[in-house]
Design a protein around this ligand. Sequence first.
Ligand SMILES: [Zn+2]
Length: 468
Amino acid sequence: MSPVIPERLAFIDRESTGGNPLIDRITEIGVVEVEGDRVSTWSTLVNPERPIPQFIQQLTGIRNEMVEDAPTFTQVAEELAERLQGRLFIAHNARFDYGFVKNEFQRLGQRFRADVLCTVRLSRRLFPEHPRHNLDSLIARHGLQTGDRHRALADADLIWQFWRLLQRDRGEDAVAEAVQQQLKRPSLPPHLDPALLDDLPESPGVYLFYGENNVLLYVGKSVNLRQRVLSHFAADTREYKAMRLTQEVRRIHWQETVGELGALLLESRLVKEGQPLHNRRLRRASDLCSWRLEEVTPGDFRPRLASGEDADFGRAGDLFGLFATQREATNTLRKIADAYELCPAILGLEKPAQPGRPCFAFQVHKCKGACVGKEPIGMHSARLMAALAKLKLDAWAYPGPIGLVERDDFLDMEEVHVVNGWRYLGTARSEAEVHDLLEQSGQARFDMDTYKLLKAHLNKGKIKVRRL
Ligand SMILES: [Zn+2]
């Protein structure tokens, strides 16, 4: 059977005091209701019960004095709910409009839900040849008739115009198929609350799967929580481990972050704290070790294993490599000795040979003979240093703590990841929180995953660094 477009439609736009659906309030709603040939429009200003920022007043033309006597959302909620009841909720960048409406209802203790269709996604799918799909691009591209741009009803009408154009331009079947593809409800394991599908945000963050008796099963991160979580349950997942996890999940919890680094840091911390059953086993910080070069006699440098507290990871500038176990450290050094024809006896990898006797490696031409004085020890040391150079741990390059700043301009939200000596102290959303984190900074331990993560992000140079 070919897909059919739902009968009852509502094209919606809203204006608000800002871009964050969690904090900002609606100032105007416009709806074009469509059912077959019947089309009617409805719009109302809404008193947001707070001042509208100056630049938003300029953008929308909705000024404080205009909404002063307008009804509050509480007063229009019932009528809006009736109008949207049973209709497909169609908006441009729909998750924002839907989020705003949903949160306004939530403030009243009411649950609002609708099937949602996003015309940005629709445009992207049906006009893949065009890179831009914001409302202004659509107006220019398709010659849509603009009214009061940035007023709710005028913008809702633009989406309605675009919708009609789609049917003419791409044909009803293509539109119906694209709509169907968006509305397809992903499947959830039977034990999970279906309301999850409405609540999962499309933002970066970390998610936690819990099983029976609240056992922590798995911690994961994504730049799109919704997509990632649902992909666990996608029907085409045939991998045994994924299927088992899916069957065991009873509850999902998530925490949104502003950016990817925040999600990575939080994930790493939660995995260590929670030891989830299905995550890869994580190394214990206590076993962490590194090679340090010790000058035993002038010019004679030998590797010594530095571990735990005495290593001062991230502050000392003479450490090479980070290893989860001593065994891993030794294996790495052995490989290096082999590749560079260094003497394993001198490196301490095997018992020193009898005085005057070469090591075994020398006999098979894998050692240049530092053990028998054939290679000067100073030369051996210099070659050892060169061989280890690329394993060198970066010492902390700042005089003190720094903040790595991630910002979402759209939501006007900022997160500051506070770091000192490669140690992650925590994430703050305000100056006061930064201050609190710095106060407790003594407790943070050096952690290998965090070090690698931070190093990669700092090297990329894409993240804003703030001295604290
Ligand atoms: Zn040797």
